[in-house]
Structures are given as structure tokens and as C-alpha cells.
Ligand binder design. Structure first.
Ligand SMILES: Cc1cc2nc3c(=O)[nH]c(=O)nc-3n(C[C@H](O)[C@H](O)[C@H](O)COP(=O)(O)O)c2cc1C
Length: 214
């Protein structure tokens, strides 16, 4: 399950939560594109583990089609795959907390737990109402910039865009609402809660999610 040319971030000492197999309904690309939209109001029904698994897998996971572990569901400059994903389980069937997505194992490594989380302390956009899950994408700058220098920094942003679109399309197929959040959040606080340093691993992109608030 490994390719020595690709780096993976792991938290081997942390509590590990395995995820079930992903399950993506068959819908046409056309239907997913036509129905994709950003939604900012979410039902308070907890996200299922199955749905979290499917979103993280098709967002960030390894594409098994080519058997060499060099491919994901999105392109990456030089095959460096600098993006890391963190999942905030705000109201899901996974214990409330913040997790790192382990790409190789398709599971979650727990960084912290909480009984309640005041999202507006980190993401003060009142237009976005109570998502039940949040995906924070960060970029491990060194992986790409050691090959491409300064222009590598732009590549990381582009790759986050690919992942963001894939996540929105997968969520569309699952009838899950999403909104990408490009800014207007307290970066320092988010870095602190994730224990990351923006000099080496900045936050790039955030997606809020939850079921349709019908
Ligand atoms: C890079 C980027 C950043 C965005 N940031 C925010 C944001 O901070 N808050 C928000 O409510 N929507 C945000 N959006 C969503 C846009 O407002 C939305 O995509 C746009 O209005 C078009 O609507 P649609 O996605 O429903 O087609 C962002 C979208 C992108 C691509």
C-alpha cells in the first residue's frame, strides 16, 4: 500500500478511527454538474460515517484504478500531493472532535475532542448556518516547492480547487449540502487548534457540509 516517492502525514500515536468503505451513488457527471450549488444552511441531522467516509475518500483518497498508489481523484503537480485534510466532526456519527484524514489507511486520526464547539470563534461567517462537518485543506509547502520553487505555491492552491470541486460533486451525488469557504476566518486560531505552522503548512481552503435543511 505504498509508493516511496509520495509523502504522507500521519499521527501514528493518536487514537485512530477506521472508516467504512466509501459508497458513491451512480449519477451522471452531467447531473452532478447541473445540481452542484453552494448551500449555507444545514439540517442538524448528524452526518453518517458512510457519508463522511465517501466524501473524504473521493476528495483526498488514493485512486485504486491504477494499482501503483501514484494517483488520486485529482491531479497534482509532479505527483507530489501536498494537500492534507482535517475533518471537524461537529455533529456526526463519529465522536465530536477534530481529525486528520490518513490517506493511506483511509481513516481518521484524532487530534482533539470536544463536547461542543463554537464554530464562530474560528469561522465568523454568520451567513453559514451550523454545518455538521467541516473539511480544512492545508498544503505541505515543501513537497511541491522543493521541485517547483515559488510557482509551486500556486500549484497547491490550484490543487485545492480540484479537490474542492470533487468534494462538491461527490456531496451533490450524496444529497449533501456544501459551501467552499475561501477566507474570512481566524487563520491563527485554526492553525493553533490544528497545531500547524503556516510557514510550512498553511490553511488553503475550507468546505462546510451537512444534510439538506428541508
Ligand atoms: C475560492 C472560493 C471561496 C469562497 N468563499 C466563500 C465564503 O467565504 N463564504 C461563502 O459563503 N461562500 C464562499 N464561496 C462560494 C461562492 O460564494 C459561490 O461559489 C458563488 O456564489 C457561486 O454560487 P454556487 O457555488 O452556488 O454556484 C467561495 C467560493 C470559492 C470558489
Amino acid at each position: 500500500m505504498d509508493n516511496p516517492t509520495i509523502c504522507y502525514k500521519t499521527y501514528l500515536k493518536n487514537k485512530y478511527v477506521s472508516l467504512c468503505n466509501p459508497c458513491l451513488p451512480r449519477i451522471s457527471v452531467k447531473k452532478a454538474l447541473l445540481n452542484r450549488k453552494s448551500y449555507r444552511v444545514f439540517s442538524q441531522t448528524p452526518l453518517s460515517v458512510q457519508d463522511v467516509s465517501t466524501i473524504l475518500y473521493y476528495g483526498l483518497g488514493i485512486n485504486p484504478s491504477f494499482h501503483d498508489f501514484k494517483h488520486r481523484f485529482y491531479p497534482s503537480a509532479g505527483g507530489k500531493f501536498p494537500l492534507e485534510g482535517y475533518f471537524f466532526a461537529l455533529k456526526t456519527h463519529i465522536a465530536c472532535g477534530i481529525y486528520h484524514y490518513n490517506v493511506q489507511r483511509h481513516g481518521l486520526e484524532q487530534l482533539s475532542s470536544f463536547s461542543s464547539f463554537n464554530l464562530s470563534e474560528y469561522f465568523p461567517q454568520f451567513i453559514i448556518k451550523k454545518p455538521t462537518g467541516l473539511i480544512v485543506l492545508t498544503g505541505m509547502l515543501q513537497r511541491t516547492m522543493e521541485k517547483y520553487g515559488e510557482r509551486g505555491r500556486r500549484y497547491i492552491d490550484m490543487e485545492a480547487g480540484h479537490v474542492g470541486q470533487n468534494i462538491q460533486l461527490v456531496c451533490t451525488a450524496l444529497n449533501i449540502h456544501t459551501v467552499p469557504i475561501g477566507g474570512g476566518y481566524y487563520l491563527k486560531k485554526i492553525e493553533s487548534i490544528l497545531d500547524i505552522n503556516s510557514k510550512s503548512e498553511p490553511v488553503i481552503y475550507v468546505l462546510a457540509l451537512g444534510y439538506d435543511a428541508k
